[in-house]
Write a protein that binds this ligand. Sequence first.
Ligand SMILES: Nc1ncnc2c1ncn2[C@@H]1O[C@H](COP(=O)(O)OP(=O)(O)OP(=O)(O)O)[C@@H](O)[C@H]1O
Ligand SMILES: [Mg+2]
Length: 384
Amino acid sequence: MATLELRNVNKTYGSGLPDTLKDIQLKIAEGEFLILVGPSGCGKSTLMNCIAGLENISGGAILVDDADISQMSPKDRDIAMVFQSYALYPTMTVRQNIEFGLKIRKVPKAQIDQEVERVAKLLQIEHLLARKPGQLSGGQQQRVAMGRALARRPKIYLFDEPLSNLDAKLRVEMRTEMKLMHQRLKTTTVYVTHDQIEAMTLGDKVAVMKDGIIQQFGTPKEIYSEPANLFVASFIGSPPMNFIPVKPAGGRGRWHVPLATDLGQLSLPLAAGDADLDQRELILGLRPEQLALAAEGDSAVLQARVEVTEPTGPDTLIFVTINGTKVCCRLAPDLAPAVGEMLKLSFDAGKALLFDAKTGERLARESKTPAEGSAGNVAQFRGR
Ligand SMILES: Nc1ncnc2c1ncn2[C@@H]1O[C@H](COP(=O)(O)OP(=O)(O)OP(=O)(O)O)[C@@H](O)[C@H]1O
Ligand SMILES: [Mg+2]
């Protein structure tokens, strides 16, 4: 177990090339599980390789337990990594691949056998131990690569999309196993994934990256409920957050945003203090679950016509058009109306987010206003 800190880490693959990592700053506590997400090519594997020591950094420092390891060779870092490309030794059997790291650390044979048995069972690859990697499917190779890392007890684990090639059922099983294992061993971990559910369920912290820059670093809840900008808001959550262009009306202290469909209109109140909202192009962010069927007595109700329905099993997604934008609402299947029917929607405006369309930044919420708690269904924002 160890703390891991990245201080202003920069990485360029060569002069003339753009920086692949730009001023990366992260700190995770002993035993924490950090999820790293971002679009393809944003620098996730590069960052993992830098932490493992397989790539040199061009600036900054990497600290483990407050000691700078930036110049240390990979084998001295006591970090185990699962590569996106598996990187198994092709001439060795599965057993030999898993044993390798333990053998070079001169672990006694009886203990090696015990470890191999443990991880093979955990990863459901006991029947494959005598095979060579070339005789395995992609998902099987991926599990062997996991086995090789998990057989060791390093200070830090690095996992680069370790479950990406598994079928859906095995992936869910492995996700639970990962969580159980981390609860037991509490090894500091950095884990790259494209999977929303893995990101939300496995991590103590999530770092969202784009173009080599950390866009936001926080708990899964913060990233989901308080995204720093439009990029983070659109990247996390499935189905994604709805973004509705809005033009606030009213004036200082009494702002509201008009929302319109072809069946009706609604003015959603905003507790926006003295912000000069009408001077800016704004986008209202609402998650699909923040739109519900209106109940008797609801104050903020908007009528809309159902254009598309998508039953997913546990939920039914309903699409309507608000302010000219297609908007997704997530409803319970037995309540979902059919295509063409009229729908009365109510808004959980207290959780609505406002973004500046030009900069993409989210407007900070009003920290404490008299409206909070009392007026319930009011979206609250602070000025610039
Ligand atoms: N050895 C290298 N030499 C030059 N450029 C490289 C090298 N390795 C990666 N890059 C570039 O660095 C950028 C980041 O690549 P990286 O593999 O870290 O992305 P990633 O976030 O892991 O993507 P993915 O989700 O597809 O795995 C890309 O533009 C890539 O082309
Ligand atoms: Mg990668």
